[in-house]
Design a binder for this molecule. Structure first.
Ligand SMILES: [Zn+2]
Ligand SMILES: [Zn+2]
Ligand SMILES: [Zn+2]
Length: 264
C-alpha cells in the first residue's frame, strides 16, 4: 500500500484557448458579472510533499501568478505544446530570477521538441541577469517518476492526432485537452479523489471532450469528485452546474481543492 500523499490543487485558469469572455462576444457568459464566468487559459498548481508543481504555462501565467501570489515553482509539468498551454513560457524567467536556479520542466518528446524549436533561448545556460527563462528539459515516458522527492505519474492521452500527457499526483489527476483516454491510462486513474477533466462545450469537437463525452469518461473513471476544466464561453457556470450529476462540478479560476490522499 502506497503511503498517503496529501495534495492541494489551485486552478489558475479553467478557460479554453480563447479565454472567457471571448473577445467581441455579448452572450450571457461573456457579459456575466459573476467572476466564475471569467476564465483565463488552462493551468493549475499542485502542492504535494512541500513542493509546488505548475501544470502548463499559458499566456495568462503572469496575471495568474500575481493574483494567487505564486512566488515559487519547483517543476513544470507540461501537457502539450498548443499556444494556450505553452506561450507563457517566458514568464518562467521570474521564478528563475527569484530562485537563481534553472527550472526543471517535464514533458513528452513532442512537447520538448516544440520547446527546443520554438523557444531555443530557454535552454541556454543562465547569464548574470537571469533575463530569460533557464529550463532543464526532462523527457518522460509511461513510467512514474520522482520529482523533488514526490512520485508523479504521467498519463498518456490522445488530443486529436497528438499524443499528450495528463498528470497524476497522489489521488489527484489533471487531464486537459483530451479526445480519448487509452485503456492503459484508464488503469492508472483508479481510486482518484479529484479528477480535473477537459469539457470544452456541448457540441462535439475533434480534439476535445464535449460535456456529454466528459460525463461519460468521468463515470468510467469514477473519481470521488470530478471538476470540469478548459471550458469555452458556451458553458455558463450556473446553467452548467444545474445539469451536472452528483459529484461533478464546473471549475472556476482560483478554485482550490484538497485531497487527503488516503492510502488504499
Ligand atoms: Zn488547450
Ligand atoms: Zn460569449
Ligand atoms: Zn490543445
Amino acid at each position: 500500500m502506497a503511503a498517503a500523499l496529501s495534495v492541494e490543487v489551485l486552478l489558475l485558469g479553467v478557460g479554453s484557448s480563447g479565454g472567457t469572455p471571448a473577445l467581441g462576444c455579448t452572450c450571457p457568459t461573456c457579459t456575466s458579472t459573476d467572476p466564475r464566468n471569467v476564465r483565463t487559459r488552462a493551468s493549475a498548481v499542485l502542492r504535494a510533499g512541500g513542493k509546488i508543481f505548475l501544470i502548463d504555462t499559458g499566456p495568462d501565467l503572469r496575471q495568474q501568478a500575481l493574483r494567487e501570489k505564486l512566488l515559487h515553482v519547483d517543476a513544470v509539468l507540461y501537457t502539450h505544446p498548443h499556444a494556450d498551454h505553452i506561450n507563457g513560457i517566458d514568464d518562467l524567467r521570474a521564478f528563475c530570477w527569484l530562485q537563481k536556479a534553472a527550472l526543471p520542466v517535464y514533458g513528452n518528446r513532442l512537447m520538448l521538441t516544440h520547446i527546443r524549436e520554438r523557444f531555443p533561448y530557454t535552454i541556454l545556460p543562465p547569464n548574470a541577469y537571469w533575463d530569460k527563462p533557464v529550463l532543464t528539459l526532462h523527457e518522460v515516458h509511461e513510467a512514474a517518476l520522482t520529482i523533488a522527492g514526490v512520485t508523479v505519474q504521467p498519463i498518456s492521452l490522445t488530443h486529436g492526432k497528438w499524443p499528450i500527457l495528463g498528470w497524476r499526483v497522489g489521488d489527484v489527476a489533471y487531464l486537459t485537452d483530451v479526445s480519448a483516454i487509452p485503456d492503459g491510462s484508464l488503469a492508472l486513474l483508479q481510486g482518484l479523489d479529484v479528477l480535473m477533466l477537459d469539457c470544452l462545450r456541448d457540441t462535439p469537437h475533434p480534439t476535445h471532450l464535449s460535456v456529454a463525452e466528459s460525463l461519460d469518461w468521468a463515470a468510467r473513471i469514477g473519481a470521488r469528485r470530478t471538476v470540469l476544466i478548459h471550458m469555452t464561453h458556451e458553458l455558463e457556470y450556473h446553467a452548467l452546474s444545474a445539469r451536472l450529476p452528483a459529484g461533478v462540478v464546473p471549475a472556476y479560476d482560483g478554485m482550490r481543492l484538497f485531497s487527503e490522499g488516503i492510502a488504499r
